[in-house]
Design a protein around this ligand. Sequence first.
Ligand SMILES: Cc1cc2nc3c(=O)[nH]c(=O)nc-3n(C[C@H](O)[C@H](O)[C@H](O)COP(=O)(O)OP(=O)(O)OC[C@H]3O[C@@H](n4cnc5c(N)ncnc54)[C@H](O)[C@@H]3O)c2cc1C
Length: 354
Amino acid sequence: MDNFVERLSEVICDVLVIGGGTAGPMAALKAKQKNPALKVVLLEKANVKRSGAICMGMDGLNNTVVPGYATPEQYTKEITIANDGIVDQAPVFKYASRCYDIIQELDRFGIRFQKNANGDFDLKKVHHLGTYVLPMPNGDTVKKALYRQIRRERILVSNRFMATRLLTANDGRIAGATAVNTRTAEFLVLRAKTVILCMGAAGRLGLPHSGYLFGTYENPTNSGDGYAMAYHAGAALANLECYQINPLIKDYNGPACAYVAGPFGAYTANSQGNRFIESDYWSGQMMQEFYNELQSGKGPVFLKLNHLHADTVGEIEEILHKVERPSRGRFHQARDTDYRENMIEMHISEIGFC
Ligand SMILES: Cc1cc2nc3c(=O)[nH]c(=O)nc-3n(C[C@H](O)[C@H](O)[C@H](O)COP(=O)(O)OP(=O)(O)OC[C@H]3O[C@@H](n4cnc5c(N)ncnc54)[C@H](O)[C@@H]3O)c2cc1C
């Protein structure tokens, strides 16, 4: 017990942001911009410089609402359809309404978005209704750019601390959190006037019975702690009926990215090489079409690029094997699969909450 008390530290702050992936740094920056006098702490169980879902690949912003390409109303409708109606429309609409300002702010941070010859954002259509995909030629540097801003704004970063529970005051309000250092086991009590949970998805809901570990789409290091901590503190959980399953490259826990290759002419195909999916962007409908094809005996399902010109495939490889995730290129090399010659087999991911 003495050891335990000796290793207990306390931090007092105005705003505590838990989770330093993408949402966390942005939330911390917004709090600091609103009131520079605030003491803002960003707590992360890994290292903010490279943690979170974004380390699984980022080649473009998939949900950009830019005037001239899409409206907030249209985007909200698209997301509602994609999620089979299980969605809270008010925050989706709010996000869509603010999106253009956020993109411009990220652009100023040095996060480079693809632009056309006129200097305007150059979006690609891969969804059913609207055009929302904005390629990011240096998507792999997003975290570095966010980290620079965090440092500039003097936000305090606590790496390697994993939050375990929210603290509640006598009146039931959230008053902070507890955390433990993942390297030293130091226990930390953080008292805060405001706590913002940004701990990402639940990458997998327990280990699969089969023991096969390459079946997650989401970052497997995210274990849904935000949901659990909010629930333990008394929050009602909603919309959990909407879970996500995704097409993956078989034996590689990364997406096939048919939606990235789609604007270049690639598509999801059955074993006969025929296209059967209406829109390659993720939706309940798309996964149903995938499942139906497997059930019909025309599986397995593939990403088909071998009909494209070698230069086009080279361009796609630049995105998928450099910006998205370098291990992807190494995986295909070791398997001796070449997009120019082979269709790439896909399978379906485990269930995750995103
Ligand atoms: C394979 C893949 C590819 C993707 N590609 C794209 C793309 O090309 N374009 C696009 O727009 N989107 C893409 N996404 C989605 C996008 O990356 C995510 O939506 C976004 O990064 C999520 O940000 P977040 O901050 O909510 O969660 P995360 O980035 O996952 O951040 C959560 C953070 O919380 C930390 N954390 C968790 N639990 C605790 C705890 N108990 N204590 C302290 N810290 C904790 C984690 O370590 C992590 O750093 C992709 C996602 C995946 C999985």
